[in-house]
Design a protein around this ligand. Structure first.
Ligand code: ADP
Length: 390
C-alpha cells in the first residue's frame, strides 16, 4: 500500500464526518490550482487538494460515471477523454465497485496517445468509493519498475549462460587430457587452453564483483579529490604489457591539470578498460591516443584508436552487459563483454557520461566525461612513453 492510498483512506474518513462541499471549478481557478475540474459539480473541498498532491494520477467520478476532477498526472497518462475514462477496463472496475462497494486493485496495459499503437504503459489502478456519491480512481505507472525487473532477470540469465561456456570448456578439456594422457604434446596444448578458460572465468568473476560493487556503492558518498593525470598514468601503465605484445604505442596528451571528485580506483579502472579495448580491437603496431582536456567544468578523457571500429547500429549496445559485436573474436581475446558496462556505470555514478565516436575500419574514440573538481590550470604536453615501438 503506498502513501497515496493512506491519504485516500484519511480522506474517506474526513468525507464521512461531513467535510464542507465547495463549488470546485470556481475554487480551483481562484486558487490557481492545477487540478483540472471538468464539471462544476460539488465535491468535498479536501478532495481537490488531495488529488493535487497525489503522486499517482487521480480521477474523481460522479454517480453517473462522469469525470468531475482529474489531476495533472491523470492528464499525463491520458486517462480521460472529455468526461469519460478512456480505458474500458477501468470503467468496468468502477461499475463493479459501485455495485459491491468494495475497493479494487487492477494491473493493466494502457495506451497513451491516440496515434498508431501509441506508447504502452503498465498501470496499477485502484478504484475506491468516496462516500456514496463519488468514485476515486488512482493510477500509478509501473512501466519503469517492470522494465528494471526484466533487466535483472536477463542479467541473471546472462550470467548463467556466460559462466556455462568456460566451465563446459574446462570439463571437455579435462576429459581430453585424461583420454590423451599418453601424448604429452596434446596434453600440453589442452592444458594451455584450460589456462585460457580459467583466466577468463577469473576475469569474469572479478568484473562481475566490480560491477556489483559500483552499483551498490555511491562513490560520491566517500569522495576523494584526485588528479586525472595520475589516473591516466596508472591506466596506461597497467596496459603496457598488452600494448608491447602488439608492438603498439600508447600516447597520452594531458594538456590540462584537473581534479575529479569520487573514487580514484574506479575512474582508473574505467580508463584502463577503455585503453585495453583500444589495444585489443586494433591491429598490431598502431597507436592509441589519450587526450585529456577540460571544457566548461567537464574533464574529458578521450581514448582513440585506429582499430576495427564499431558500426552505428552497434554503438548503443556495446555498453550493455555481456554484449560483444563479434562473440567469436571476443572468445579469442578473452573478452567478457563487461568492460564497457563498467565504464558506463563508473561515469554515471560520478555524475558523468561516456560517449562514443566510431567508424568501421577507421577506429573509435571513447570519451569519459566527468565533472571537474577544481579550476583547471595549463600544463605542458607530455608523452609518457616517447618511443615504445618494436
Ligand atoms: P569485451 O570484454 O568483449 O571487450 P566490452 O564491454 O569492453 O567487452 O566491449 C564490448 C564490445 O564492444 C566488444 O566485444 C567489442 O566488440 C566492442 N568494442 C569495445 N571497445 C572497442 C574498440 N575500441 N574498438 C572496436 N570495438 C570495440
Amino acid at each position: 500500500m503506498d502513501a497515496s492510498w493512506y491519504v485516500l483512506l484519511a480522506l474517506l474518513l474526513g468525507f464521512a464526518v461531513g467535510a464542507a462541499s465547495v463549488h470546485l471549478l470556481g475554487i480551483a481557478a481562484q486558487r490557481g490550482r492545477q487540478v483540472m475540474a471538468i464539471a462544476s459539480e460539488s465535491v468535498p473541498d479536501g478532495i481537490a487538494a488531495m488529488v493535487q498532491v497525489l503522486e499517482s494520477a487521480g480521477v474523481v467520478l460522479d454517480g453517473s460515471n462522469q469525470v468531475i476532477l482529474s489531476s495533472p498526472g491523470a492528464e499525463a497518462l491520458d486517462l480521460v477523454e472529455g468526461r469519460t475514462l478512456r480505458s474500458h477496463e477501468i470503467a468496468d472496475a468502477v461499475r463493479r465497485v459501485w455495485r459491491t462497494g468494495e475497493a479494487e486493485v487492477l494491473d493493466l496495459l494502457h495506451r497513451r496517445g491516440r496515434i498508431g499503437t501509441g506508447n504502452q504503459v503498465h498501470l496499477r489502478v485502484r478504484v475506491a468509493p468516496l462516500g456514496n456519491r463519488f468514485m476515486l480512481v488512482l493510477a500509478s505507472d509501473r512501466t519503469e519498475e517492470l522494465r528494471l525487473a526484466g533487466v535483472r532477470r536477463d542479467f541473471v540469465a546472462n550470467i548463467s549462460h556466460e559462466l556455462k561456456t568456460p566451465i563446459g570448456a574446462l570439463q571437455v578439456l579435462a576429459e581430453a587430457i585424461e583420454a590423451g594422457a599418453e601424448e604429452p604434446e596434446r596434453v600440453r596444448s589442452f592444458a594451455q587452453r584450460m589456462q585460457l578458460e580459467a583466466d577468463r572465468l577469473g576475469r569474469m568473476t572479478k568484473e562481475l564483483i566490480d560491477l556489483s560493487r559500483i552499483q551498490a556503492d555511491d562513490p560520491l558518498e566517500h569522495a576523494e579529490r584526485f588528479p586525472i593525470a595520475r589516473v591516466v598514468d596508472v591506466a596506461v601503465d597497467r596496459n603496457r604489457v598488452l600494448a608491447e605484445a602488439k608492438r603498439m604505442r600508447i600516447i597520452p596528451r594531458v594538456l590540462e591539470e584537473a581534479e575529479v571528485l569520487g573514487s580514484e580506483e574506479l575512474v582508473t579502472m574505467a580508463v584502463q578498460n577503455l585503453i585495453s579495448n583500444a589495444v585489443q580491437y586494433s591491429p598490431e603496431a598502431t597507436h592509441v591516443g589519450i587526450g585529456v582536456r577540460v571544457t566548461d567544468g567537464v574533464v574529458e578523457v578521450a581514448v582513440s584508436d585506429k582499430g576495427v571500429g564499431i558500426a552505428a547500429e552497434e554503438q548503443e549496445r556495446v555498453f550493455e552487459r555481456f554484449y560483444r559485436v563479434d562473440p567469436a573474436r571476443s572468445r579469442v581475446t578473452g573478452g567478457t563483454g563487461l568492460g564497457l558496462s563498467i565504464v558506463k556505470h563508473v561515469a554515471v555514478s560520478h555524475g558523468g557520461e561516456v560517449t562514443l565516436w566510431s567508424r568501421p575500419g577507421q577506429g573509435s574514440t571513447f570519451t569519459l566525461r566527468l565533472p571537474a573538481a577544481a579550476a583547471p590550470a595549463r600544463k605542458e604536453i607530455h608523452d609518457a612513453h616517447p618511443d615504445r615501438r618494436g
